[in-house]
Design a binder for this molecule. Structure first.
Ligand SMILES: *[C@@H]1O[C@H](CO)[C@@H](O)[C@H](O)[C@H]1NC(C)=O
Ligand SMILES: *[C@@H]1O[C@H](CO)[C@@H](O)[C@H](O)[C@H]1NC(C)=O
Ligand SMILES: *[C@@H]1O[C@H](CO)[C@@H](O)[C@H](O)[C@H]1NC(C)=O
Length: 486
């Protein structure tokens, strides 16, 4: 078994589609529904790198015409396996489509820190907002262990549900489904805090949900809140799964892939599909399941240190470690320039050797630049030596606001601290900088390079980033551009 998390939209689509279709294990208290659930309203929006955000949102209005129904209210949220989105400000509730659109526009394609993890927000989910009384919110969780499947139920749901392991009522469903509990047993094990009037409705729902869990080979399913609004005589209920997290057994793809796919087909999602000439069947078959990567990744200690410094200043200080044992390091001013450096390094064939990505800009102080540079140098010199030595690019584009001379003072201080190690690790330092007071900055760094016997090349604005990178990395490369002579 290989438990893999799926997106919320996929989890909801599977549950919605199969809830009335999966064979129940024992008869439930309510008669089977005469109709299937209507298609789920799940607008999944994906913003690829460099995507035209407005274009994606415009397209969504065509794909999901219900977004434009007047008077409708929506919920918008990223759908990237992020826990506790509400607490990170990643949940927009009760919004008109215009408001939801605007909210997504401010976030799509942007980096977001969630607790200690940073990631880019690319996948969003927009659904109808469901107003409901607080007392119709519940919590349910089904999870598989060796002895069977636990069902946890709590009579209150929502973000503040707290430690459910501790307080939820639970029942273990044995592996042998012949021992599946009776309706009475389910009610007494899970619903002791729920008014009797809704027992039948909830036992019916729990039994059907569990049937989907088994039939579609889930290994984990949590709905919080689950909203069940019974009809007047409690013969059925309007059930909404407002927030859902799920994992499937990926190794069951062979057996269950078709069930996962059909639930996510255009017709199951109510998406108008242009008639296809090719075949009659593909439209209803649906796409193969995608198992998204976890959101972002853990920040290293050094990255966290820089992020903390960044948070406390108006200047911008960014650091991401790509490959700590790479040969090529950068100490670059300006976000634009750091992209240009990274691109040039990759096109020179050194993408796998690029150790870090980041930038400092917005007029950081000399001390901030010192701490930033020291962090990068420390990482570079802690990594094992490389026989061919290492390369450090110090540079930036053309600064308008950042004083080159003063930020270089911080860089120089950091270089002085570790000069013997720079020699020992055979670090070649390639400097290229332009902007206010660049002459002074370049003169100072060049003379320090000479004083400390560093392997250093210094260029001014006549040298381009796209020129200095291959010059440093590609053997035999030469240039017409003269080094800075002070
Ligand atoms: C949703 O927002 C409207 C105002 O736009 C407000 O009147 C209404 O009470 C809100 N509903 C809920 C359930 O928060
Ligand atoms: C990181 O750099 C090391 C050393 O060159 C290399 O062996 C490794 O493949 C690189 N890792 C990646 C993910 O590129
Ligand atoms: C920096 O200055 C140059 C030349 O004055 C100008 O063309 C450019 O737009 C400025 N850049 C920024 C980010 O202000």
């Amino acid at each position: 078994m290989s438990a893999k998390a799926i997106s919320e939209a996929d989890g909801k689509a599977i549950v919605n589609y199969h809830l009335t279709r999966a064979p129940v294990i024992k008869p439930t208290p309510l008669p089977p529904s005469a109709t299937h659930n209507p298609p789920s309203r799940l607008a999944s929006l994906y913003f690829a790198e460099g995507a035209d955000v407005k274009g994606v949102l415009d397209q969504a209005e065509t794909t999901y015409p219900w977004l434009l129904q007047s008077g409708s209210k929506f919920v918008a949220k990223p759908d990237q396996l992020i826990k506790r989105r509400g607490k990170s400000g990643l949940l927009a509730l009760n919004k008109t489509w215009a408001e939801a659109r605007e909210w997504i526009e401010t976030k799509a394609g942007k980096s977001q820190q969630v607790e200690s993890v940073v990631g880019v927000l690319r996948q969003f989910l927009v659904e109808p907002f469901v107003p409901h009384p607080q007392e119709t919110e519940y919590y349910i969780n089904i999870n598989s262990v060796r002895e069977g499947d636990w069902i946890l139920f709590f009579h209150e749901g929502g973000v503040d549900v707290g430690d459910v392991d501790e307080k939820a009522e639970k029942i273990l469903i044995p592996v042998d489904l012949k021992e599946f509990p009776s309706n009475e047993e389910i009610a007494s094990a899970l619903l002791s805090n729920v008014p009797k009037g809704v027992h039948n409705v909830l036992v019916d729902f729990i039994s059907r949900l569990y049937a989907v869990y088994v039939d579609c080979q889930f290994t984990y399913l949590e709905i919080n809140p689950l909203v069940a609004i019974p009809n007047a005589d409690a013969t059925s209920a309007e059930v909404h799964f407002l927030d859902l997290a799920a994992k499937l057994d990926q190794t069951a793809e062979f057996e269950c892939g078709a069930k996962w796919a059909v639930a996510r087909s255009a017709s199951a999602l109510g998406i108008p599909v242009a008639p296809s000439k090719e075949t009659k069947t593909t439209v209803d078959v649906g796409p193969p399941m995608e198992f998204p990567a976890p959101f972002g990744r853990e920040m290293s200690k050094e990255e966290a240190y820089i992020a903390e410094m960044d948070a406390k200043t108006g200047a911008s200080l960014k650091l991401t470690i790509l490959n700590g044992s790479g040969r090529v390091w950068t100490l670059v001013a300006g976000g634009g320039a750091s992209v240009v450096y990274a691109d040039a390094i990759a096109s020179a064939g050194f993408a796998g050797e690029l150790a870090n990505y980041g930038e400092y800009s917005g007029a950081p102080t000399e001390t901030q630049t010192f701490h930033y540079a020291r962090t990068v140098l420390d990482l570079m010199l802690r990594a094992p030596q490389r026989p061919e030595g290492k390369i450090l690019f110090i540079g930036g584009g053309i600064a308008n606001f950042t004083n080159v001379a003063s930020t270089f003072k911080g860089v120089i201080r950091a270089l002085r601290e570790v000069a013997p190690l720079l020699v020992e690790h055979k670090v070649q330092i390639w400097v290229r900088r332009a902007g206010p007071n660049y002459q002074e900055g370049l003169k100072n760094i060049k003379s320090v390079g000479q004083e400390l016997a560093l392997d250093m090349h210094v260029f001014g604005p006549e040298m381009h980033v796209s020129g200095i990178v291959p010059l440093a990395l590609v053997p035999g490369k030469t240039t017409e551009v003269a080094e800075f002579s002070g």
